[in-house]
Design a protein around this ligand. Structure first.
Ligand SMILES: [Zn+2]
Length: 212
């Protein structure tokens, strides 16, 4: 997307994905509807629920070779119940699928984040949050708080805080407003997350995803 910065490029992709999936008007798109529509449109070819131990601490995985989204039982149960922290893994893996990521080539028996993998993770993360909480449905004002974003879009506090920063950055840019706070350099490092379960990678996962 020439001419658009990273935020706007991500937003544009998110809007097109939402339209494509027929969830353009939803403020809290359902994870299982997301999966069903991706299957219908052949964005993925398989959706599988596995026992929690199978993913050994991870919640979900996008298997690029099979174009499959695989989630644990507890994640799928949580998502069916609409639990906030169980929705994100679906959108994260969906983002990998839409971005055409191919994780497996980076797997070498141990978790290794090469430069490209880190970029992929950052892109998938940003896109997932944009699909879940798009600018167009955020009803932003100069005073919109992160808490409002969390409630409106059913995001965890941490994700709402992060997404709020991006949304307000876009808002200020679109309206030509001065920044009220210094811009924070966003860097998403999955290995630094407090909750490693938020992410699909683990040593065990790697072995499972690519049998050697
Ligand atoms: Zn990922």
């Amino acid at each position: 997307m020439p001419g658009l910065d990273y935020d706007e490029t991500t937003e544009d992709r998110a809007e097109r994905i939402r339209e494509y999936l027929g969830i353009g008007d939803d403020t809290q798109p359902d994870a299982l509807v997301l999966i069903e529509r991706m299957l219908n449109r052949r964005t993925i070819t398989e959706y599988r629920i596995v026992e929690d131990e199978t993913l050994q601490g991870a919640k979900a995985l996008f298997d690029a070779e099979r174009r499959a989204i695989i989630v644990t039982q507890s994640t799928s149960q949580g998502a069916m119940a609409g639990e906030t922290n169980h929705m994100y893994p679906y959108f994260h893996e969906a983002a990998h699928a839409f971005l055409g990521h191919d994780h497996q080539r980076f797997f070498k028996g141990k978790v290794q984040f090469g430069r490209q993998t880190e970029q992929d993770e950052g892109d998938a993360h940003a896109l997932a949050l944009a699909v879940m909480a798009p600018y167009s449905r955020a009803s932003l004002t100069e005073n919109t708080k992160a808490e409002e974003i969390a409630i409106r879009f059913n995001l965890t506090d941490a994700h709402a805080f992060e997404r709020h920063m991006v949304l307000m950055r876009m808002y200020r840019k679109r309206y030509g407003l001065a920044r009220q706070l210094p811009e924070v350099q966003q860097f998403y490092n999955p290995l630094a997350l407090n909750d490693p379960l938020e992410h699909e990678f683990s040593d065990a996962m790697v072995g499972w995803a690519k049998p050697r």
